[in-house]
Design a protein around this ligand. Structure first.
Ligand SMILES: C[S@@+](CC[C@H](N)C(=O)[O-])C[C@H]1O[C@@H](n2cnc3c(N)ncnc32)[C@H](O)[C@@H]1O
Length: 291
């Protein structure tokens, strides 16, 4: 009796967690509060115990991967493929802004010459989890000094010096920050880039002709996709939608408004949407900025 009550209790708890997780899925790019360093950050979704529970449900024993959603592997692979298509070579120096748990990082470190990858994220814990649970098991630790991972939330890209980087990448950060933060981001990254160095930042698109004040469904995927790593069979909801807005995280932008910020800083920008961009697992678009 006691056993069965316990089992029922456990079942109720896990069902509630799943319901909670499913209903929060559009927002599950969240931070862990204790790990933040200083800034009052993005939104209330960067809260909490709830987030920790969700990560555990979605990613089983790899909760750090949930920062990138259910497509950690696919996103990493896509990032490298995209940057190589834009001319990234092994000898280049690469800065990864908001590198998270190194979904792109493990691919870049493998591809680039030793010690040519540098990552910044506001969350040291998540970078450390990426280092210990993803990079070391792949035998790549020798290629990335720990000092190349830097916890900072103020876009302090000159931490390792001025005019250092040939390329910079920021995957799925602009999707979470308002336009004035994107301006601060560019001001922070600029001095760290070599003249002619290029940044590739992904963002949620609001088409030029659309009413951006309305929410936009960026894409929809089957709920099973989100839970495939944990082996939990979800019920109730069939699909999960990624819905962006102009005023809250996750944000969307018109290419023209991003380009206006870029040009106002005296930089050159280019909106990229091609076949490879369409293959981005999160269906984000790309802005190229030349410094
Ligand atoms: C959606 S995740 C993307 C992580 C990684 N780029 C990837 O593709 O897997 C967004 C990341 O942005 C980080 N972040 C948010 N605001 C930041 C800031 N101001 N400075 C540095 N990192 C930030 C979060 O900690 C989180 O790891």
């Amino acid at each position: 009796m006691l056993k069965s009550t316990t089992r029922e209790g456990a079942c109720i708890v896990s069902c509630c967690t799943i319901i909670l997780a499913v209903s929060c899925m559009p927002y599950f790019h969240r931070d862990v509060t204790e790990s933040r360093i200083g800034k009052t950050w993005i939104s209330e979704y960067y809260n909490s115990k709830l987030y920790e529970n969700i990560t555990a449900v979605i990613h089983g024993d790899s909760p750090h991967r949930t920062y990138s959603g259910p497509f950690w592997e696919e996103e990493g692979a896509w990032q490298l493929q995209f940057l190589v298509s834009q001319g990234l070579l092994q000898h280049h120096m690469l800065l990864d802004m908001a590198c998270g748990s190194l979904s792109g990082g493990v691919r870049y470190v493998d591809y680039l010459d030793d010690a040519h990858y540098f990552g910044i994220d506001l969350n040291m814990e998540i970078m450390s989890a990426g280092y210990e649970e993803e990079l070391i098991p792949r035998g790549l630790a020798e290629k990335l000094p720990r000092s190349h991972l830097y916890a900072n939330d103020a876009f302090d890209a000159v931490h390792w010096g001025y005019k250092k980087f040939d390329f910079a990448v920021s995957h799925s950060l602009w999707t979470h920050i308002p336009l004035d933060e994107i301006r601060s981001f560019l001001k922070g990254v600029g001095p760290a880039m070599k003249t002619g160095g290029r940044l590739y930042a992904t963002f949620n698109l609001c088409p030029e002709a659309a009413d951006c004040s309305l929410p936009i469904v960026q894409f929809t995927y089957p709920v099973q996709e989100a839970y495939r790593h944990s082996g939990i069979a979800p019920f109730g909801k069939k699909n999960i939608s990624q819905i962006s807005t102009s005023s809250a995280d996750p944000y969307h932008y018109r290419p023209s408004e991003l380009l206006a910020v870029v040009t106002s800083l005296g930089l050159e920008g280019r909106y990229i949407d091609n076949e490879l961009v369409s293959a981005c697992p999160w269906k984000q678009k790309v802005l190229e900025v030349t410094f």
